[in-house]
Design a protein around this ligand. Structure first.
Ligand code: DX5
Ligand code: ZN
Length: 215
């Protein structure tokens, strides 16, 4: 079943709790983009904001860690109320990070940049709950969907199914009513959308329309 994950990166950070509450009826997960100014050339939010939001919603917090040193922050995210964290395969040495996430009770996600071959993620498929295929270069909202990534999504889907794994396959970047069905056809089942939802006049309806497009 398809799931929708609004990304708060494109929400009004001054009114974050209100923005989250507004989309909650159509949100299966809340996607939280964490950026450190090193792994990506942008800075966003960290555990204190997750902690503050936690008291305003029961939504599942799906934290996407675009940071060089995720291991330094996993306990802080768990304590703040994160439900799952995704670390990037590009940071290297991910197995100890998975172990730490399990120890902390976090669901385990692995993220893959557009230019990284899908093969880099396949050895870890049995260890993760979620595989995040970036469909833009990480760092900023509002970029155009990179359709070439669909070849990687197809390979990941085939491998997940062939091995009978229960790994969610998430796409993130440039997802909207038009691109979500393209990603769904390739095998994605979790759709992150930031600007298509939070820059819409009616964010709740925008999320609903993306859901309808992949139903
Ligand atoms: C980009 C982030 C995405 C971002 C997507 O680095 O990982 O989650 O919020 O934003 P849109 O949907 O606007 O491409
Ligand atoms: Zn993200």
């Amino acid at each position: 079943m398809s799931r929708i994950a609004p990304s708060i990166l494109s929400a009004d950070f001054g009114l974050l709790a209100d923005a989250v509450t507004a989309v909650a009826p159509e949100a299966d997960l809340l996607h939280v983009d964490v950026m450190d100014g090193h792994f990506v050339p942008n800075l966003t939010i960290g555990p204190p904001v997750v902690k503050s939001l936690r008291s305003h919603t029961d939504l599942y917090f799906d934290c996407h860690l675009m940071v060089d040193n995720p291991g330094d922050f996993l306990d802080d995210f768990a304590a703040a109320g994160a439900n799952g964290c995704s670390v990037h395969v590009e940071v290297g040495d991910v197995v100890p990070l998975f172990a730490e996430m399990r120890r902390l009770g976090l669901d385990v996600g692995l993220a893959v940049n557009p230019e990284t071959p899908v093969e880099a993620s396949l050895p870890y498929l049995a260890d993760v709950d979620l595989l995040l295929m970036m469909t833009v270069h990480p760092g900023f909202g509002g970029q155009a969907f990179i359709a070439d990534v669909m070849d990687k999504v197809k390979v990941a889907r085939e491998e997940i199914d062939r091995r009978g794994l229960k790994v969610a396959l998430q796409v993130d970047g440039g997802i909207n009513e038009e691109t979500a069905p393209v990603a769904a056809a390739a095998g994605a089942d979790v759709f992150v959308a930031g600007s298509a939802i939070f820059h819409a006049d009616d964010p709740l309806n925008a999320a609903r329309r993306i859901r309808s497009a992949v139903a």
